[in-house]
Design a protein around this ligand. Sequence first.
Ligand SMILES: *[C@@H]1O[C@H](CO)[C@@H](O)[C@H](O)[C@H]1NC(C)=O
Length: 370
Amino acid sequence: MKFAALFSTFAVASAVTTVKLNKKSNEDFIEEVRSSFQLKSTLGDSGDITIKDYQNSQYFGEMSVGTPAQKFDVIFDTGSSNLWVPASDCSNCGGKIVGRKNKYDRTKSSTYVVDDAPFAIQYGSGPVSGNWSVDTANMGGFDIDAQRFAEVKDASGLGVAYSLGKFDGILGLAFDSISIDKTPTPLKNLIDQGKIDKGMFAFYLGDEADGELTIGGYDETKYTGDLVWEPLSQATYWEIDLDDVSAGGTSYASSTSGIVDSGTSLLTGPTSIVKDLAKSVGAKANVAGEYTVDCDATLPDITFTIGGNPYTLTGDEYIIKSGTTCLFAFMGLDVPRPAGPLWILGDVFMRKFYTVFDYENEQIGFATAI
Ligand SMILES: *[C@@H]1O[C@H](CO)[C@@H](O)[C@H](O)[C@H]1NC(C)=O
């Protein structure tokens, strides 16, 4: 089974959440990452980070903290706004079964500045806590001076998706308004420190293959046609107005909101609507609360209409195949008000559509990924 790594880093603004994570067998989960990691050279004033794909469920890439650089694999997460890595003295940072996590050792960094105030964050998959620190960070080849980040002491709340997952920490790429203590994000600091030409970044997610995160611009070789720009409805998450969600031409939701979240594996929507949507494609709920569908079934297209433009996923694109099982890539998640109701357009959506996140102009550009 490949579903065990399904993960959501959607930062929960209020204390309530109903995300369900899959916990399948560990043997199946402990699989080799299929693709090898190659760091691409940085070009001009934008930098490319290779994004590794773990079973199409977790996408992560390399960054560093400290001087000299201490390297970490992090989820570059558009659904949250904080950076954290495991602290050197973290005893609840997973890695007991497979491999160890990379951990940050403040005593080995000449640019470390003490802070130590308590830090806590709640993700869709669970809570994480530790203490704040300040140090030089680096992503995409750009040094970020005096980045405030968290040294995490307890990540056990994230469960097996973390302990057996391939990433060390999370780097939030949403807006400062939802950052804990309104701490400037690494991207905001890069912009304020004049390190990048354009205040934007873009994701190309591989399909069981390496992808690419471009910082400070976008990569025209990774999509076809023109980018279509959609304005943000709110600069908190990367939130856009969702005119309509339809399956086979029938509308299931209208005049609602969605966020584009690289840290969430699937697509989510309000529980009752996802239930109807699942029914309409012939999917059935299993005991784990997932929907599965007959792998041989003929499936209707599902279309998200954003700014009057259709973004369509075919059956092949919203089904995750694993052996003889086919998982319907939607889960019910009721995001409470005031943030909700909200749809989350996660990796399943972003694999189809190359996505440019324009921080300065508060808009998102979509085009069909190559
Ligand atoms: C570090 O954070 C913990 C809670 O996460 C808190 O109990 C502790 O006092 C903090 N350490 C310092 C030195 O403030």
